[in-house]
Write a protein that binds this ligand. Structure first.
Ligand SMILES: CC(C)(COP(=O)(O)OP(=O)(O)OC[C@H]1O[C@@H](n2cnc3c(N)ncnc32)[C@H](O)[C@@H]1OP(=O)(O)O)[C@@H](O)C(=O)NCCC(=O)NCCS
Length: 177
């Protein structure tokens, strides 16, 4: 299994079919989906399909969201990482977007911040990107706090899937004026 990044507490690795139960625990929780359109999954097959979709993105784009595993226990915590967005979104196309989603019992321990930080470093380092993007429901204050902590700046708002959404950008530290 391919490991992309190791941090102090986390492994960011390839998402595999063996993560289906973990993905179901994550995506069947309405609280996790509160700012994601309120459409939690109801069957394991939906989680298996999501994993297959992400694995196709690995093949086609060389990257996709990564599984986040707790090094100390091997537990599946959720996912984080960069996705190549090929369709136009808020006037941008072909860009890398940071995302993350964690099982509720693991919130509030800094794992999202740690995984987001490592993902951003990978985007600027391995991928040599001059800019990375993120979006978050305006009301998703926990996510916006994570994005601010890892260097994203609020660059405007747009309507995404019917809700007001923040658009954010991050640039490598040395390029900031
Ligand atoms: C968004 C989401 C990942 C944020 O999770 P989170 O637990 O708030 O974020 P972190 O894991 O980075 O935790 C940060 C909090 O843990 C605390 N913390 C505890 N130990 C910590 C540590 N070692 N390092 C950093 N922070 C730590 C921090 O003080 C911080 O609290 P604060 O925000 O009140 O200051 C989570 O709410 C989630 O998965 N939501 C559902 C999916 C979603 O909305 N995804 C984002 C879509 S845009």
């Amino acid at each position: 299994m391919k490991i992309f990044v190791e941090t102090e507490r986390l492994l960011l690795r390839e998402l595999t079919p063996a993560d289906a139960a973990g993905m179901f625990a994550l995506d069947s929780d309405p609280e996790v989906h509160r700012f994601l359109g309120n459409r939690p999954v109801t069957t394991l097959a939906q989680s298996e399909a999501t994993i297959a979709l992400v694995r196709r993105q690995y093949q086609e784009n060389g990257i996709g969201r990564w599984a986040v595993e707790l090094r100390a226990t091997g537990e599946f915590l959720g996912w984080a990482g960069l996705k190549l967005i090929r369709e136009p979104l808020n006037g941008h196309v072909d860009f890398y977007e940071l995302g993350y989603r964690f099982i509720r019992q693991f919130w509030g321990r800094g794992y999202a911040t740690e995984a987001a930080h490592a993902s951003v470093a990978y985007g600027f380092g391995e991928l040599q990107q001059p800019v990375l993007y993120a979006l978050a429901d305006l009301q998703n204050l926990a996510s916006r706090a994570v994005l601010a902590r890892v260097g994203f700046e609020h660059r405007g708002e747009f309507d995404y899937e019917g809700g007001p959404t923040a658009w954010l950008e991050a640039r490598p530290p040395q390029s900031r004026a």
